[in-house]
Design a protein around this ligand. Sequence first.
Ligand code: ADP
Ligand code: MG
Length: 272
Amino acid sequence: MEPILTLRNVGFKYGEIEALKGIDLQVSPGEILGILGPNGSGKSTLLKILDGILRPQEGDILIKGIPLGGLKRTHVAREIAMVSQENYFRFSFSALEVVLMGRFPHLKRLQFEGKKDMEVALEALRATHTLELAGRSIHELSGGERQRVYIARALAQEPKIILLDEPTSFLDIAHQVQILELIVRLNRELGLTVLMVLHDLNLASEYCTRMILLHNGSIAKKGRPEEVITYQNIEEVYKTVVVVKENPLSGKPCVFLVTEDEMKKAGKGSAL
Ligand code: ADP
Ligand code: MG
């Protein structure tokens, strides 16, 4: 299958700080790709580059074979939508108004939303089970509710690819699972290609079809969860000793943390 996204030798610097280097990646339509890595390894920068917010100084990014750099911002936004970590509204917009903002790339200059836009927004609210929140202020919602509204806003863009930056941070386990189940459902029902940054290695292992592990701005490992989530890879990249076992139900790798005391008892000393 032709890749929906291709990155060739992509590099990005914030002034002198090299945030990404030599990124080579192909994403097939319908994949759920996990982006993992320690703090500061370049995960958010990678999403921002793909969303066209930042322009890489090096390399090429192609969407369905077309260079991203040659596409207008609104054209990119009809292909790719981002659920970022940086959402702050000064005004007390309603959930519906926030979702309607997702229609912006589909509007002509100075045009207001029309009937079709409202229909798409309502459908996005329905798909994310947030219709009953439509009239509530975005500031009043709980973390899980707000995250679903942001996903609805991204859906209202009618993208082919959705980028999510730590969509489950600050949520309890029930809401983490709820958000990821929602993402999987949208992937299956709408055929959305998903790229998401996840902090939790075990959630990533369960929900991603493939993953990349970033380390100091480069891809240290890529592959299926069982290829990437190994104790050797985690120790190498996170500098933390862990035990990795198979989840008895799913067969996916599962990471356990180990205290120094337990390591000594096991006679392992420090492996690092
Ligand atoms: P992650 O999302 O994996 O935690 P980021 O992509 O946010 O990592 O950051 C990668 C590197 O780029 C870090 O060293 C970070 O300090 C740096 N960085 C991120 N944003 C900026 C910025 N706006 N200006 C300068 N440096 C930045
Ligand atoms: Mg980040």
